[in-house]
Design a protein around this ligand. Structure first.
Ligand SMILES: [Zn+2]
Length: 404
């Protein structure tokens, strides 16, 4: 069994639908009776780890086959820079193309578990698509509030799954509008008895449990060892914080002996957390966002405080990467490894190179990059990668004149 416990005051919260502690607004963390993680091979996808997920009855499970994504050892890029033990966790192979499917599976399962039939979210794209897909499978009504400038391919994917979708003027670029959007989404959920599903531990502590299964899988794929360093793109911060929780739980279950260092990567034009880390201060929301790396451009990261504490606890660090370096990294992953990922995922590879050059990595470490989403989702980034590559039109007979 599981319960929600406030990370500030330690009280147990009786309301299983609560987003935060009713006494002090603190983060709620999901606690379980036992530290053991017996594997349930009879259940689909991430539900193999049902003992550490907020589930009361397997009959509620909504699954599209999320999880079990490959951990690929780098074929070329790692060796080229002197980091032979480089691995890529390819989360783009989840059913809707991003790690958000792990969260959506738990979120829509919670929806069923709580006897509700509609949900709403505020999303820049990937979470909206994931929730819409799982919501469609469960037959639940969905409402998606998205950024004014969200990538069209992400929006198109959401539309295909059939929820109601609206883009909110100014959202993603003005912290005041962001706050108002989130607050109003919360209110309309309360009025209509919808479940608010936001991929942040600050708002959806239960759903976010899905993301920690990435850490379990990585340890299993590394034959029972934790990597030395894990690179995670950070927008809101919930992914890094959940993965760190996963590693700690896997160790508490006796499966690994030591924990990895966690590295948070942010786009330079929108890096409130990395700035706070460098200046050793609290996170201050930014007034504007000058990055176009969809998925990780949040001016006020809801789980940022958790990430700062996780970085300190794990002996990790944070860094920022310029957009043009991220786009270059995206092209390198495609042509150098056969991995077509979105820019928000490629930023991890850019960060590994930067850290090796700066001496923060020696080259002897086992390093895992969490590649959060697939490349098809951001057509503007695809354009940047390919616009200068001509595709000449030739006659069939000219093929024989091709010189290697
Ligand atoms: Zn509390």
């Amino acid at each position: 069994m599981f319960c929600l416990v406030c990370m500030t005051c330690g009280r147990t919260c009786a309301d299983m639908g609560a987003a935060s502690c009713p006494h002090d607004g603190g983060f709620l963390d999901v606690h379980y009776d036992s530290a053991e993680i017996p594997l349930r091979d009879d259940l689909p996808g991430i539900w193999r780890y049902a003992a550490r997920l907020p589930l009361t009855d397997p009959a509620h499970i909504v699954s599209l086959g999320e999880g079990d994504t490959p951990l690929l050892r780098s074929g070329r890029l790692g060796a080229d820079i002197g980091l032979p033990q480089l691995y890529f966790k390819n989360e783009g192979l989840n059913p809707t193309g991003s790690y958000k499917d792990r969260i959506a599976s738990v979120g829509i399962t919670s929806l069923r578990q709580q006897g509700l039939n509609a949900w709403a979210t505020v999303s820049s794209g990937n979470a909206g698509a994931a929730l819409s897909a799982y919501g469609a499978q469960a037959g639940a009504d969905g409402y998606v509030f998205t950024l004014e400038r969200a990538p069209r391919a992400k929006i198109a994917q959401i539309i295909a799954y059939g929820p109601r979708i609206m883009s909110v003027r100014g959202m993603g670029y003005d912290p005041k509008i962001d706050a108002e959007t989130w607050e109003n989404a919360r209110k309309i959920c309360e009025i209509n008895n919808w479940l608010m599903l936001i991929t942040a531990r600050r708002y959806s502590p239960q759903s976010m449990e899905g993301a920690k299964t990435i850490a379990y899988e990585v340890c299993q794929q590394l034959k029972g060892a934790a990597p030395d360093v894990v690179y995670v793109p950070v927008g809101g911060g919930g992914l890094l914080s959940s993965i760190w929780k996963g590693f700690r739980e896997w160790r508490a279950a006796g499966q690994i002996k030591r924990l990895p260092r966690m590295v948070a990567i942010q786009p330079q034009g929108c890096d409130p957390l990395a700035q706070a880390w460098r200046e050793q201060r609290a996170i201050k929301p930014l007034d504007d966002c000058a990055s176009a790396v969809s998925g990780i451009i949040l001016t006020a990261p809801p789980d940022g405080d958790l990430v700062l504490s996780d970085l300190r606890e794990s002996g990790g660090w944070a860094l920022s990467i310029a957009d043009e370096i991220t786009y270059q990294a995206q092209a390198e992953l495609a042509s150098g490894e056969g991995l077509f990922v979105e820019p928000a995922a490629a930023i991890t590879w850019a960060a590994v190179k930067a850290d090796l050059a700066a001496g923060r990595l020696t080259g002897a470490e086992d390093v895992v990059c969490v590649l959060t989403g697939i490349g098809f989702k951001d057509s503007k980034a695809i354009g940047l990668m390919t616009e200068n590559a001509p595709v000449p039109l030739v006659e069939a007979e000219e093929i024989l004149r091709l010189e290697p």
